[in-house]
Write a protein that binds this ligand. Structure first.
Ligand code: GLU
Length: 316
């Protein structure tokens, strides 16, 4: 592990932030809701937490942003805890090759979403988490979980209610997905309740530092600060899904360029895991054509070029 962690991470992180600050190709900030459209495209943050617990951050790493679909990783983790491998009877494990909010595959595949990281899959996951509990309980459980895995003793992580409301006001496509899956029997709770949970998960606000801390259980075979959150095999499988499905129809290109399990969100964040080595979060709100952070992806590409952390490179 020392051989892998030897690079001067502090220097590399500072270099990456300096390069990103100067970049003029920043992509387009998400515009479907006002609170996201209002975020400055000049923001860039990076946080790297190494396996030894040391943190290396630069840029706007301590500014909270909307993690959006990155929450799908945490929702999947909670749902696997609640229902176990039965989850896979209602959600697939294949890359979709389609946009994050696509409805086309649902018809030919009888309402079973391709994977838990596209909107349809995450909505089914929310339905499972809802079970018999009220939406407020499912949302509170998520906030508790994320605070716990981030060691957020100050309880600074929470839901941005303005974002949650805006998601609700504009979420017609998500409503269509949920209703369509309900017609196939793959949504069981009332659609409004399931979507209430889904929209609140999208509206979680976190900093890069908090997000990188939250990813430690995926770096460490399910363990955080000596406590087991999930089994090592479950952590391995979530990482596999992040690699194959974490960037929508751009997942292949992300694996090609970065070669690490990662999950993006339209807020411009990406959570990335180098198993056994580091948990990394980047944030830059400008998105590429597939809805993934333009500079965030470039920053991760630079990081693996300089560290050799890609899972496709020989170790040691
Ligand atoms: N709130 C977005 C939606 O449901 C999340 C999409 C994303 O982050 O990729 O449409």
């Amino acid at each position: 592990m020392d051989a892998i962690a030897t690079p001067d991470i502090a220097g590399i992180v500072a270099d990456i932030a300096a390069e990103m600050r100067l970049s003029s190709e920043r992509g387009q900030v998400a515009s479907y809701i006002p609170p996201l459209a209002a975020v400055s495209p000049d923001k860039f943050g990076i946080a790297v937490i190494l396996a030894d617990g040391s943190a290396h951050v630069a840029g706007d790493a301590d500014e909270a942003f909307s993690i959006q679909s990155i929450s799908k990783v945490f929702a999947l983790t909670l749902a696997l805890g609640a229902v176990g491998d039965q989850l896979w009877q209602r959600v697939g494990r294949e890359p979709s090759g389609s946009a994050f909010n696509s409805i086309v595959q649902l018809e030919s595949e009888q309402g079973i979403p391709r994977n838990p990281f596209i909107n349809a899959g995450a909505i089914v996951v929310c339905d499972m988490l809802l079970g018999r509990s009220a939406p407020a309980e499912a949302i509170a459980q998520m906030v508790r979980f994320v605070r716990q895995i981030s060691s957020d003793d100050q309880a600074s992580i929470g839901i941005d209610e303005t974002v949650a409301l805006a998601e609700q006001d504009t979420g017609f496509r998500n409503m269509a997905l949920a209703n369509y899956m309900r017609a196939f029997g793959n949504i069981r709770a009332p659609v409004e309740r399931v979507l209430g949970v889904y929209f609140h998960f999208c509206a979680l606000a976190m900093t890069c530092r908090e997000l990188a801390l939250a990813g430690r259980y995926l770096m460490n075979g399910g363990r955080v600060d000596g406590h087991s959150m999930i089994t090592p095999s479950r952590a391995r499988r979530i990482n596999a899904l992040m690699m194959s499905c974490g960037h929508y129809d751009n997942s292949g290109d992300f694996a090609f360029r970065v070669g690490l399990p990662g999950k993006s969100g339209v807020g411009g964040g990406i959570l990335c895991v180098a198993p056994g080595v580091a948990s990394i979060a980047v944030w830059s709100p400008g998105l590429n054509a597939s809805g993934n952070s333009q500079l965030g992806t470039l920053a991760l590409e630079r990081l693996v070029q300089r560290t050799g952390w890609s899972v496709f490179e020989p170790r040691g």
